[in-house]
Design a protein around this ligand. Structure first.
Ligand code: FAD
Length: 318
């Protein structure tokens, strides 16, 4: 079923969903089941699985030369989606990115998803690679998520890259996109960021999932600005608890979001790792309760190695 059909069916009730990362290469599918088994009692209608492109590292050869080598640390997004649907009977939402994909690669990936009966996808650009100063599309690939959304929408109309394909199967992808309550870090200002977000919606995006935020006022203000800009699709808040000391700097650095003064003060005041995790958990519970009371379509939790804490949060909220 399409993600937006779940929202409609819920008729104002707030749903729950989770995002998981594929395990590091060499890991087992059981690692994923161990994360999700305890969370399935909350009946998430869909689960997102992130996509990780290959990275390039320089490996020293016996000759002393360094060789540029491609590695994929977390492969398996599509296989995991199929396994989740099979084991839990839920819908899976694979993330699909522009980085590393030509248009042909994208088309083939979408054909695979369609044949697997996966008809939800979160369409993203992806980030620059470590050695790049800015995002570089694959030659023959997409520069912005907007172009990816357009390609998926084309396939939903039966339009494939090869103009000779007539009466191609019309796919039925429900298209999610990313939104940034505190602005995407590359955007000159919020107004421009929203203009590009609206272009994605006009091109066929069905709903938005937000970047994590730690102060609900960012989400409420973002929704207000979206509506004012004519963006009327459901906006799903993405949530993550701050549970570890290093996250006080890693979260702002990686996700370009602010940590509220009170949260930082409480986290710094905690004297043990357990006490710090408790602070982050309670903060996330309070955020979740307020968002639920405001009638958001879904609370979307980034599990990222915090499955037990997420379980306790959801238990406290539902
Ligand atoms: P875009 O919509 O293309 O926007 C990128 C930037 O370009 C923005 O600043 C925007 O304002 C600007 N822009 C957009 N269109 C235009 C235009 N036509 N002209 C000029 N400027 C424009 N990354 C992964 O690699 N794998 C994942 O699984 C993944 N999952 C994510 C899930 C969520 C919910 C979120 C919020 C992010 C996720 N990301 C993931 C990270 C994402 O790839 C990065 O944030 C990336 O930098 C931007 O992606 P986007 O789809 O928002 O890009």
């Amino acid at each position: 079923m399409r993600v937006t059909d779940y929202f409609e069916k819920a008729a104002g009730q707030t749903l729950i969903s989770f995002e998981i990362l594929p395990p590091l290469k060499g890991g087992r599918m059981q690692d994923i089941f161990n994360v999700l088994d305890p969370l399935m009692e909350f009946r998430p209608p869909f689960i997102d699985v992130t996509y990780h492109r290959e990275e390039y590292v320089y490996v020293r050869r016996p000759s002393g030369y360094y060789e540029k080598t491609a590695i994929r640390k977390r492969p398996g997004t599509v296989g995991i989606c199929a396994a989740l649907m099979h084991r839990y009977g839920v819908d899976a939402v694979p993330h699909l990115i522009c980085g590393g994909f030509t248009r042909e690669d994208t088309e083939n990936a979408l054909i695979d998803l369609n044949f697997l009966n996966i008809n939800n996808v979160l369409a993203l650009r992806g980030d620059a690679q470590q050695f790049e100063s800015k995002f570089m599309p694959e030659p023959g690939g997409h520069e912005y998520a907007l172009d990816l959304v357009k390609q998926i929408s084309d396939m939903n109309r039966g339009k494939y890259l090869d103009p000779n394909i007539e009466n191609g199967e019309k796919t039925d992808f429900c298209i999610g996109i990313a939104g940034y309550p505190e602005k995407h870090f590359e955007a000159a200002n919020m107004e421009l960021d929203l203009r590009y977000t609206k272009a994605k919606v006009d091109a066929g995006a069905d709903y938005i999932v937000t970047q994590m935020f730690f102060d609900n006022k960012h989400y409420f203000e973002y929704v207000r600005q979206c509506r004012e800009a004519g963006i009327n699709v459901p906006i799903v808040p993405g949530l993550k608890p701050l549970t570890k000391h290093y996250q006080l700097s890693s979260i702002p650095r990686h996700f370009y979001v602010d940590l509220p003064t009170d949260l930082v003060k409480e986290a710094l005041g905690a004297t043990t790792p357990e006490a710090r995790a408790q602070v982050g958990m309670e903060w996330c519970i309070a955020q979740s309760k307020e968002l639920k009371a405001a009638g958001v379509p879904c609370l979307h939790y980034y599990t990222m190695g915090d499955a037990e804490i997420i379980r306790q949060i959801v238990e406290a909220v539902y």
